[in-house]
Design a protein around this ligand. Structure first.
Ligand code: FEO
Length: 172
């Protein structure tokens, strides 16, 4: 079983991961409307990964004999100022998610819930990667800014990204 504080933090994170998925879904649609199909694909794949992150936490809660409290998922912004702004927001959002994960890990440690703390280790590492990827993409977009050819090439490279199940052993 889970302590109340850990259950609440994990349930909130299920919601936060679904919001991340929703946010990247919205960004993907925005990029698609602008004609950046590669950027749209990258964000769509990112959105699918976020859903897998949410489901994996949901399963952890169930495995520990509890039910997650599923709350409303707020709507993401409908539009963005530019592709550069999209990636600025991706980076800011991933930094925010890192803070959330660190806070849950602190709560789990405070409650001596070693199973949850251990479970969260994957997310802690993942956030390092998520932030690094977002920083790299933002740098590339800034370098390509106002250069149609460079943006075209960047967009083409992002079209190659394919969804890889982060939890193939459980099929989450
Ligand atoms: Fe669920 Fe983008 O981290």
């Amino acid at each position: 079983m889970l302590k109340e504080s850990v259950l609440k933090a994990l349930s909130d994170q299920v919601n936060a991961e679904f919001y991340s998925a929703y946010l990247y879904f919205g960004m993907s649609a925005y990029a698609d409307r602008l004609g950046y199909r590669g950027v749209a694909n990258w964000l769509y794949v990112q959105s699918r990964e976020e859903m897998a992150h949410a489901v994996h936490i949901y399963r952890h809660i169930l495995e520990r004999g509890e039910s997650p409290a599923l709350g409303d998922i707020k709507a993401p912004p409908a539009s963005f100022g530019s592709i550069k702004e999209v990636f600025e927001k991706v980076l800011a959002h991933e930094r925010h998610v890192s803070d959330l994960i660190n806070k849950i890990a602190s709560i789990a440690m405070g409650e001596q819930d070693h199973a949850t703390y251990n479970f969260l280790a994957w997310y802690v590492s993942e956030q390092v990667e998520e932030e690094a990827n977002a920083e790299e993409l933002l740098s590339k977009v800034k370098l390509a800014d106002n250069n149609t050819g460079a943006m075209y090439n960047l967009d083409a490279s992002l079209a190659a990204r394919k969804f890889v199940d982060p939890f193939p052993q459980t099929g989450d």
